[in-house]
Design a protein around this ligand. Sequence first.
Ligand SMILES: CSCCC(=O)C(=O)COP(=O)(O)O
Ligand SMILES: [Mg+2]
Length: 253
Amino acid sequence: MIRAIVTDIEGTTGSIAFVHEVLFPYARRQLGDFVRQHYQQADVARQLEATREEAAEPDADIERLIAILEGWIQEDRKATPLKALQGMVWEAGYQAGDFTGHVYPDAAEALMRWHEQGYALYVYSSGSIQAQRLLFGHSDVGDLTPLFAGYFDTTTGPKREAESYRRIVEAIGHAPQEILFLSDVVAELDAARAAGLATCQLVREPGMTTGEHPLATRFDEVSLDGMGRDAASFDESHRAEAHCESGGSNDRR
Ligand SMILES: CSCCC(=O)C(=O)COP(=O)(O)O
Ligand SMILES: [Mg+2]
């Protein structure tokens, strides 16, 4: 019996395009000025030191750090200090109303329904917890943060490692099989399953790589009875479309 649901963001509750065509370009444009203005602020300084460490460049100056971070945005590196700094930069964009967080209507509707039904809802994204709160707090359909019982990011661990999901299970306090993890990325779902969680893959776009997990094209197809639709029973036309290319857009990392 499922008691808690943990959801990914990009490609699951919201579109990959919003992250890659709105959020990442905004961060690329604003990061340099943000770092130059705030590098002495304690939380920013901490992330810059973590950037030096992760880049193995202990003597990198501010301009070199900016170049490293811009390169990481370009390659979509899920580096914790980059993610923390992106969250800080996006805050200004959300506050100014430059964009709102994309959430598919079916995801918003299901999250509201599940919350009302008593499921404990959590987010697990490579985006920092601050970035997650901002996206759902300034979503297309308003403030969705009251729906969530908690948030996990890369400070819990990388999304493709089973150990990260074991930590999440520990934090949530339910048995692993009582927790459903939703994602568009097979490697993340494989790691969650290795930790004992129930899984469901969101296949929102054609050309996506699928694996051995129950599939859903929208949140209203997600089964909470632990069964879900397996690959064999998945809508044939959608599967045919989904398999027309290998290495789909959900597997870019
Ligand atoms: C929290 S919104 C920004 C998402 C982000 O930065 C990212 O890298 C996407 O990661 P996800 O784990 O949600 O696929
Ligand atoms: Mg995703």
